[in-house]
Design a protein around this ligand. Structure first.
Ligand code: TXA
Ligand code: MG
Length: 312
């Protein structure tokens, strides 16, 4: 059920969360499948509903940096980053405090916790109102494309109470930075560019991790039903085409991530357009090449995973 944000629906959402139910929650990145992070059973429902492997930990959402003070241990770098980019599309992985009330299932038994303050009025209002940390993965079955509209969530979870926040503004999941190591490590490129982070804290370790710390890092992920062909100048017979920048290709089977080659606009459009083109009328989706700078890093990351041989 898709519900507009009103005092009443915020009240209902809070009640559902307090009693351990799940809700669909808009954030600036993608819609989340949110639950009370301190209730094992509520967190277990997330894994069950998403068919998510339980070794894949969840991000914990709060209304402010202060809300996490009893859950994670802060350091100078995390302080600087939180002050610079929160609320916003940045997730920080920090040492978990033994006193944290967050379910151990939520962090998959790790001694770290991923935390973020989303930049969305509905998410922030609800987080302030419920006063409990919310675990919220993207509101899609594990491995599939993330939702950027309330109706995407409803397609996969028809019985869910979903707060309607319209189209998400960023369109890609948050950037995940591991601050438990001496040199900060990029675990997942996302809605905040690496350049923006480096401008504030300097060097970041961007070497691909051998150990899967963030299973959004599994090779096949964010995948539509149709196979993908990347770096395509134009569609072949039977292909839908996702263009980027000016193109002479025309037709109903063609969408453009950004006619003016704007990476922010392309990020906001990526998942919505992939879903739209993922139709049985086509044999494959071909996608134009996208530069590897700014949000292009995260865009390419999602496209390469969507195109990777399926693991499941
Ligand atoms: O933008 C976002 O981050 C969205 C919205 C809803 O906030 N959430 C999201 O969650 O993308 P999800 O579950 O789809 O991706 C969370 C990623 C996973 O790849 C997980 O492995 C990683 O965060 N993660 C969570 N806790 C971690 C930890 N303690 N250490 C390393 N990675 C962690
Ligand atoms: Mg996800």
């Amino acid at each position: 059920m898709i519900v507009l944000p009103t005092d009443r629906s915020f009240e209902e959402a809070s009640c559902l969360l307090r009693k351990g139910d799940l809700i669909g929650l808009p954030t600036e990145t993608v819609y989340g499948l949110a639950a009370n992070a301190t209730q094992d059973l509520a967190v277990a429902r997330i894994f069950e509903q998403k068919k998510r492997p339980i070794f894949n930990p969840l991000i914990i959402h709060g209304p402010s940096k202060e809300a996490f003070k009893n859950h994670v241990s802060w350091n100078e770098t995390s302080d600087i980053l939180a002050d610079a980019f929160w609320p916003g599309p940045l997730t920080l992985v920090l040492p978990r405090l033994t006193s944290s009330s967050v379910s151990l299932l939520a962090s998959a038994g790790l001694d770290s916790l991923a935390v973020r303050v989303p930049h969305h009025p509905i998410a922030l209002t609800l987080l302030k109102k419920v006063e409990i940390p919310l675990a919220a993965p993207s509101a899609n079955p594990s491995g599939k494309v993330s939702p950027t509209q309330a109706n995407h969530v409803e397609e996969d979870f028809p019985d869910l109470f979903i707060l309607d926040g319209g189209d998400t503004s960023v369109g890609l999941e948050s950037t995940i930075l591991d601050l438990t190591t001496s040199l900060p490590r990029l675990l997942r490129p996302g809605g905040l560019s690496l350049e923006a982070i480096q401008a504030i804290i300097g060097p970041i370790d961007t070497t691909p991790q051998k150990l899967i710390k963030a299973p959004g890092m599994m090779t096949s992920h964010y995948a539509p039903t149709l196979p993908l062909r990347l770096n395509a100048d134009e569609p072949l017979e039977g292909e839908a085409y996702l263009a980027f920048g000016p193109t002479s290709c025309k037709g109903n089977h063609i969408l453009n991530l950004s006619e003016r080659s704007n990476l922010t606009e392309a990020a906001a459009n990526l998942f919505k357009m992939l879903r739209f083109l993922d139709q049985p009328d086509f044999q494959r989706i071909s996608v134009a090449s996208i530069p590897f700078q700014g949000l292009g890093l995260a865009l390419n990351d999602r496209l390469y995973r969507a195109a990777a041989p399926r693991e499941l």
